[in-house]
Design a protein around this ligand. Structure first.
Ligand code: NOJ
Length: 560
């Protein structure tokens, strides 16, 4: 297996809007990130992924870019960015930027031009279509409710927007668009950044016949995603970008790719493919929800184990996994797959262990390292996510879905669960912004109990447990490169696996329940001695062949 710095890295994801506000406008900013670089360094991560910081009208919190070469007013200036990059590099922290090039903002200069007339030189930068039988060009629904097409009366045509109507999709069939993207990527790489996370990068190539999507029962629109993802020319486009730009720099790339299996993913990340280093898959994030009918499904550990195992084995020869529980689009994992009540501390540590001991590059989303939890806003007015707001209108107000059911769905799965401000302290506004200032989104009421100040000096905190996990990875090659194998496959309560490198084995045991199940060592695991690596309870075991696990207990051993 090829050794690479990005395989040995741990990434810390920052959602700048909610990280730290220094200029008292209730919105986080670049200076707030600079102030806290030492915090990230102390945690032990060595790469920071910044969610979009470019100029944007913020219809989708920066995922709608109006100028790729400028900084969002609320976040600061290019000088601030230059300082951030310099200060990060001084500390050996690398910076990954978010590259959002499936779409732009409708306020981007290209789109402003494009919509002016059918023969404008920017017309073909976007996807314009005539109406079909007096209606939209096809039945696709947008990801944030409504149709994926918007009628523009100026030229009597529709444009495609897979997300909000303020996020028109770029037309990658046009070589000029591809050249613009290359120039943008080069602009940032020449500044010295260390790589990109590429937003929905497997959506950029659309089937030019624009076929209807399958319409699920009760749905107003057809499913565009199964048609759009991994389109006909996607590999050609990514290879081209790699050959012309990415390959010229020593960087890290990770593509966000909904609807991929390990087999499809290998086409993006296979070492011989020269496309990307990693992708973010969604299979393990989709096990407890039905996104088309807004239903939360029960958590099923056996399913989760199968999915992770499929990915670990599927990418072990010539690919590489990204490991994540959380990001700005997902609810908080301790509330989702753990227990944010009595076993908050234990389950947060167990979940961290289960993920960080796998093969791949771990991503920690701000606040995960202190066990931040979901939030239940009672009023839809407190939600800020355009997806939550638009779907509420469509489901509750138009289709008549029960309001409480929909609110419960948001409480469990809304993206805003991840977006409440970082909890730095127990003082008013959680130390995110000055007391008296109104944050752009409400603070999670649990900030008094769950915050950095409480945890940073407590050796038994979740924060210090995450520090240990990172340190163990840095000091043990087996955690980075060891081969993964699932054991006790059918156990409904315990997730256990081994990692093997040369004559050593790492044994990872995680109890995903409040119960006290027995772990019984499989016969074929042979060892002469064992050494404790980490655990979330006392670890003075006499023998480890049969262990009665405590609620949400995890244990890691080196066997030799
Ligand atoms: C995926 C991003 O993570 C999400 O936050 C955003 O809304 C969509 N892509 C559209 O850019």
């Amino acid at each position: 297996m090829q050794k690479k710095w990005w395989k040995e890295s741990v990434v810390y994801q920052i959602y700048p809007r909610s990280f730290k506000d220094t200029n008292e406008d209730g919105v986080g900013d670049l200076k707030g990130i600079i102030e806290n670089l030492d915090y990230v360094k102390f945690l032990g991560a060595n790469v920071i992924w910044l969610c979009p910081i470019y100029k944007s009208p913020n219809d989708d919190n920066g995922y709608d870019i109006s100028d790729y070469r400028d900084i969002m007013n609320e976040f600061g200036s290019m000088d601030d960015f230059n300082e951030l990059l310099k200060e990060a590099h001084k500390r050996d922290l690398k910076i990954l930027m978010d590259l959002v090039v499936n779409h732009t903002s409708d306020e981007h200069r290209w789109f402003v031009e494009s919509r002016k007339s059918k023969n404008n030189e920017y017309r073909d930068y976007y996807i314009w279509k005539d109406s079909k039988n007096g209606k939209e060009p096809n039945n696709w629904g947008g990801s944030f409710a409504g149709s994926a097409w918007e009628y523009d009366k100026n030229t009597d045509m529709y444009y495609l927007h897979c997300f909000s109507k303020k996020q028109p999709d770029l037309n990658w069939e046009n070589p000029k668009v591809r050249k613009e993207v290359e120039d943008i990527v080069m602009f940032w790489l020449d500044k010295g950044i260390d790589g990109f996370r590429m937003d929905v990068i497997n959506m950029i190539s659309k089937d030019q016949t624009f076929p209807d999507g399958v319409k699920a029962e009760g749905s107003l629109y057809g499913d565009k995603d199964s048609v759009i993802m991994n389109g006909p020319r996607v590999h050609e486009y990514i290879s081209e970008l790699n050959a012309k730009v990415l390959s010229k720099y020593d960087i890290m790339t990770v593509g966000e790719t909904p609807l991929v299996t390990p087999k499809i993913a290998m086409k993006y990340v296979g070492e011989d493919r020269k496309e990307l280093n990693m992708v973010f898959e969604f299979e393990h994030m989709d096990i407890d929800r039905d996104e088309s009918s807004f239903i939360k499904k029960p958590f099923d550990l056996v399913k989760l184990k199968n999915i992770f195992t499929k990915w670990q084995k599927g990418l072990e020869n010539g690919g590489w996994n990204s490991l994540y529980w959380n990001n700005h689009d997902q609810p908080r994992v301790v509330s989702r797959f753990g227990d944010d009540g009595s076993y908050w501390d234990k389950s947060a540590k167990m979940l961290g262990t289960c993920l960080h001991m796998q093969q791949g590059t771990p991503y920690i989303y701000q606040g995960e390292e202190i066990g931040m939890t979901n939030v239940s806003f009672e009023d839809i007015k407190d939600y800020r996510d355009i997806g939550a707001i638009n779907h509420y209108k469509e489901e509750v107000e138009i289709k008549g879905k029960n309001k409480d059911d929909f609110m419960n769905y948001l409480h469990e799965l809304s993206r805003d669960n991840a977006r409440t401000p970082m909890q730095w302290s127990g003082s008013e506004n959680a130390g995110f912004t000055k007391p008296g200032v109104e944050p752009w989104i409400k603070i999670n009421p649990r900030y008094k109990e769950i915050n950095v100040e409480n945890q940073i000096n407590d050796p038994n905190s979740i924060f210090n447990y995450y520090r240990k996990l990172i340190k163990i990875r840095k000091e043990n090659e087996i955690v980075v490169y060891g081969r993964y194998d699932l054991i006790l496959e059918d156990d409904k309560e315990i997730y256990a696996y081994t990692r093997t490198l040369d004559d050593k084995k790492l044994l990872v045991i995680c109890n995903f329940t409040k119960n006290e199940p027995m772990f019984c060592m499989p016969e074929d695991i042979k060892y002469a001695s064992f050494k404790t690596v980490i655990g979330n309870y006392n670890m003075d075991d006499g023998e480890i062949k049969n262990i009665k696990l405590k609620p949400y207990e995890c244990k890691v051993y080196i066997l030799q």
